[in-house]
Ligand binder design. Structure first.
Ligand code: SAJ
Length: 421
């Protein structure tokens, strides 16, 4: 970085986090070189268009590309600051083992162009110790550079971990306004990364060490998972005991220190259902509640399917409307969605009796092919179906008045209709 001039930034991984982050950094006036392994993604961005759905992202990307502040390619380029936002999926061993190979591969390509004074920041959700492992990978490739934590004097480069904590559907707003934890390999690394984030983050940026920041990210999502599991477990207990779980939660939440979350058909998305396993993997003996919560939330999906099936079987011949496929309300993201799993399982079993209502989908996902199930609008479903199964709490479903549902058998897995137990 030269004096107070804007740093050149290289963002590696242009997905749900990388692209909005690159666009926001560019909006702050820093020239951004975005890198993605997929040529189609690169071409789309260079045309000023986007390959993912996110509120207001299209206009922002178009603007920064037009101003020449964001350009993309498949190759890493020299920069002052490198931001790595690549996926950290599970390994294919079936044991929920974190696969950090994309992070390490990105770090190795950064190492090729790294120079004295540069900062490398990892944003991908990662198991504890990944930032140090990334530093080691860079050190192995660049013995000419003094590395933080490995040298006696001043290191040549800074390396830090700074997780995002944005909610899909509100990414641009939350990227700007949420507080950030910034963990440096050394305090000096954290300060370097802090100065960078202050250019575009309005929330408070708090510095710590890299391992604490890594754990903080995992803990945030595990906290939510455990609390949702509590709600889901309650709903299964209530089913067993013939209680209305919504009534019980409404009443319990009147206590000033109780705030029970909302039961549903399970936990979807790519964060809350994944990150807790990174904690379990790191401390399998100790992480008992966290593991149990994951298992409870997965079990809820099967509980919902069994209850839905029983309702369909109790209404022979009736059309069945499954309301929603998305993993949560008011978004068009159908990946890792319990609603989608339940609806597709019903479609496989009950075929053309099943109608799916998903205002955010243009067509049914591929697993519905050949089942006979069809995608219909809400009016058709209300007209034709005798059974309603609410799987997503989209606003458009919440406003369906009681008289339009009265004559039907209803299973409301999200509790969107207070008159239905
Ligand atoms: N859910 C329930 N009941 C609830 C709340 C949520 O069943 O009371 C379900 C949702 O329907 C959905 C899943 O949980 O299937 C997760 O939804 P979410 O809205 O709680 O969270 P995500 O996955 O969209 O985003 C989370 C956020 N983390 C936290 O709230 C702690 C977000 O801030 C993170 O940035 C994001 O994970 C991430 O990228 O890690």
């Amino acid at each position: 970085m030269r004096g107070d001039t804007k740093p050149d930034v290289c963002v590696i991984g242009l997905g749900y986090i990388g692209l909005p982050t690159a666009a926001i950094i560019a909006r702050a006036g820093c020239p951004v070189h975005g890198v993605d392994v997929t040529q189609r993604v690169v071409d789309t961005i260079n045309r000023g268009e986007i390959h993912i759905e996110e509120v207001d992202l299209d206009g922002l990307v178009q603007a920064v590309v037009q101003r020449g502040l964001l350009e993309a390619s498949t190759e890493v380029a020299p920069a002052d600051v490198f931001v790595i936002a690549v996926p950290t999926p599970f390994a294919k061993d079936g044991n929920h083992t974190p696969d950090t190979s994309y992070v390490m591969a990105a770090a190795e390509t950064v190492a090729e162009v790294l120079k004295k004074g540069d900062t490398v920041i990892l944003e991908s959700t990662s198991p504890v110790g990944t930032t140090e492992a990334m530093r080691d990978a860079i050190a192995a490739k660049r013995p000419d550079l003094a590395m933080p934590g490995l040298c006696d004097g001043q290191p040549d480069v800074s390396i830090a971990y700074c997780p995002e904590r944005v909610l899909p559907g509100k990414i641009l707003e939350e990227l700007t306004h949420n507080d950030r934890s910034i963990g440096g390999i050394t305090p000096r690394c954290a300060r370097k990364a802090l100065a960078f984030y202050k250019r575009f983050v309005k929330g408070e940026c708090v510095t710590t060490d890299a391992r604490s920041a890594e754990m903080t990210k995992l803990v945030e999502n595990a906290f939510r998972d455990v609390n949702i599991a509590f709600a889901n477990e309650l709903s299964m207990i209530a089913d067993r005991q013939g209680l209305d779980v919504w009534e019980v939660i409404r009443l319990a939440n009147r206590h000033p220190r109780v705030n029970i979350l909302t039961p549903g058909p399970g936990v979807g998305g790519h964060c809350i259902a994944v990150d807790p396993w990174f904690i379990v993997h790191g401390a399998p003996e100790e992480a008992k509640i966290i593991r149990q919560a994951r298992e409870t939330n997965d079990a809820k999906m099967h509980h919902v399917l069994a209850r839905a099936k029983a309702l369909v079987e109790a209404n022979p011949g009736a059309k069945v409307a499954c309301l929603g496929l998305a993993f949560k309300a008011n978004i068009d993201d159908f990946r890792e969605s319990p609603a989608r799993y339940v609806a597709a399982s019903l479609a496989r079993e009950f075929g053309e009796r099943v109608q799916v209502v998903e205002p955010y989908a243009g067509e049914l996902p591929k697993e519905f092919e050949g089942t006979g199930a069809e995608l219909v609008d809400i009016d058709t479903a209300l007209e034709k179906s005798g059974v309603l199964i609410t799987l997503v709490d989209h606003d458009v479903f919440k406003v369906i008045p009681p008289e339009e549902r009265q004559a039907k058998a209803v299973y409301d897995t999200r509790g969107i209709w207070p008159d239905v137990a």
